[in-house]
Ligand binder design. Structure first.
Ligand code: SF4
Length: 190
């Protein structure tokens, strides 16, 4: 059954959920209360009208992408062409980790799904690009299944009325989190 506009999950929300479920929940509550702007882009990122893809599908891809079938929306930073197939790129500022962060993998897979549902042509992979290194993330059946599982989990979690527990053991995530002062699950003492 197609989803309504107000039921949409954004690709960046998927990334936030993977980053920390509790942080995602706080964001979600603020959105509900109208205190959080949902589609802001970090400074320095590619903005509206700047997507650099000029290939065959440019007209259909240079806009906010929406899948009513999967209840997902988002917009790749840019799209490149690989043997006639569109490949979304997620640009991240900073040095690359050993492997792309799981939240970035989830976000680029969401962009792959959006491109597939828009064009009926699946990208073979997506790209996560850090300052000093680029990773290819396969968009294959296991990745698709994992993304479906994640979307279902987020949708189920939205029905809950209390914040989930922290979903990681990584202090750095709490250190950079805007909810650190109000979160009782934070790994950083303030
Ligand atoms: S402070 Fe840590 S546990 Fe709390 S919401 Fe932020 S990232 Fe999650």
């Amino acid at each position: 059954m197609p989803y309504q506009r107000e039921e949409m999950i954004t690709a960046s929300e998927v990334a936030r959920y993977v980053y920390c479920q509790r942080a995602w929940w706080y964001d979600h509550e603020q959105i509900r209360a109208g205190r959080f702007k949902r589609h802001t882009r970090p400074k320095g990122r590619v903005g509206k009208g700047q997507i650099t893809y000029n290939g065959e599908y440019a007209e259909r891809l240079n806009r906010q992408l929406v899948s009513y079938d999967y209840g997902l929306t988002g917009r790749p930073d840019y799209v490149i062409d690989h043997d006639g197939l569109p490949v979304p790129v997620l640009r991240k500022i900073g040095r690359a980790p050993e492997a792309p962060f799981d939240s970035h993998v989830a976000q680029i897979l969401a962009h792959c799904l959006l491109i597939e549902t828009t064009l009926r042509v699946p990208p073979p992979y997506g790209i996560v690009r850090y300052n000093d290194r680029t990773f290819e993330v396969d968009y294959d059946p296991p990745a698709f299944d994992a993304l479906m599982h994640l979307l279902n989990e987020i949708r189920a979690e939205k029905k809950h009325t209390s914040a989930p527990h922290r979903s990681h053991e990584i202090p750095r995530r709490c250190f950079g989190c805007g909810h650190q002062k109000t979160c009782q699950d934070s790994l950083i003492q303030v």
